[in-house]
Design a protein around this ligand. Sequence first.
Ligand SMILES: NC(=O)c1ccc[n+]([C@@H]2O[C@H](COP(=O)([O-])OP(=O)(O)OC[C@H]3O[C@@H](n4cnc5c(N)ncnc54)[C@H](O)[C@@H]3O)[C@@H](O)[C@H]2O)c1
Length: 363
Amino acid sequence: MDRKVRIGIIGCGGIADAHANRYKKREREYGDVEIVALCDIAPHRAEGFGRIKDLPNARCYENHIEMLEKEDLDGVSVCTYNREHARCTIDALKHGVNVVCEKPMSVTLEEAVAMCKAEKESGKILSVGFQPRFASDMKQMKEIVRSGELGKVYYIQTGGGRRRGIPGYTFIEDSTAGIGAVGDIGCYSLDMVLDALNYPKPLTVTAFVSDYFGKNPNQYNEADRFSVDDFAAAFIRLEGGIVIDFRIAWAMNVDTPGDTIILGTEGGLRIPSDDCWNGDFKDDMTMYKTINGENIEYKIERMPADKKPHCWDGKIGSFVEAIKNGGPSPIPSSQILINQAIIDAMIKSAKLGKEVEVVIPEI
Ligand SMILES: NC(=O)c1ccc[n+]([C@@H]2O[C@H](COP(=O)([O-])OP(=O)(O)OC[C@H]3O[C@@H](n4cnc5c(N)ncnc54)[C@H](O)[C@@H]3O)[C@@H](O)[C@H]2O)c1
């Protein structure tokens, strides 16, 4: 490209801050990107954001279509609450603009399918914002699983969460978030293990979803607004004879729902439970093997903290690079569609009270 990559941000709330910081850092270090437009439906929020982030030249809008029509953009960061991800992403792609969309990809599978179709028709790229993929601990785990060292992987226990940690703001209402813990942090746990396995297709899901803490005014001070889930557990069958035993919580009466465990025929890997959204593990992974009849286990050394690259640099930098190179998408929608299909199936299974088949339409 013979000019800087021109970026617009749609949704100037909490996470837009991290996007703006990384674009600005990239501009300082590489000089190949600039934020030229900001948009938020809340009156004057885009202007306020521009002032705080010191973006005096960014033009401000309250309607993303108007921004897409008036600006000559190469890419947008979709940083709205979940319910608006699909609409803003599809509109940007239809205007020929590349998109990095925040996680979860959408609320429903239907929305995710529509986003993938819009991407295909536009010839532009859609990347979904899973920054942990760019963290060194996460990359190391993926390399181990993909190396075949574990043999045939057949069982995974994964998930995460906190004893008390229901977010507030736009995360807890159906009209804005659409889904609760299962989408907000569940999507990260799923991406961690599914990406390591190269995203096998899901076959069936049976799930349980609850809202015992969010809806209880003695447990949560915004219970009157709470209309999503705060806990989910699921059993997910994948093609290739792999099962995932999954649980996720914004609130529960225990400190952790357990480590991630990946069982293969030749070895087992334990990944200490942690906030999987930053990509750093709390402690070293442990490998379990049997060699010459002897059971052995050993820790796997990780990159020292001061040497680790920041995963947000990877998330934003990879998007800018992909725009400059004309693709491919760094975190492909074709993979995250599967992630979203599983979340969608969890919600459906929990509502029906039985196992559901996962059917992902052709794009
Ligand atoms: N990657 C991460 O680490 C991470 C962390 C937090 C949140 N998130 C995700 O980022 C998204 C936003 O979270 P947040 O904390 O910034 O929420 P937020 O409520 O603080 O911000 C969302 C903003 O989007 C605006 N908005 C909604 N619809 C819009 C539209 N059509 N056009 C323009 N603006 C619109 C709202 O007015 C609001 O200002 C969520 O999907 C969340 O899951 C990701």
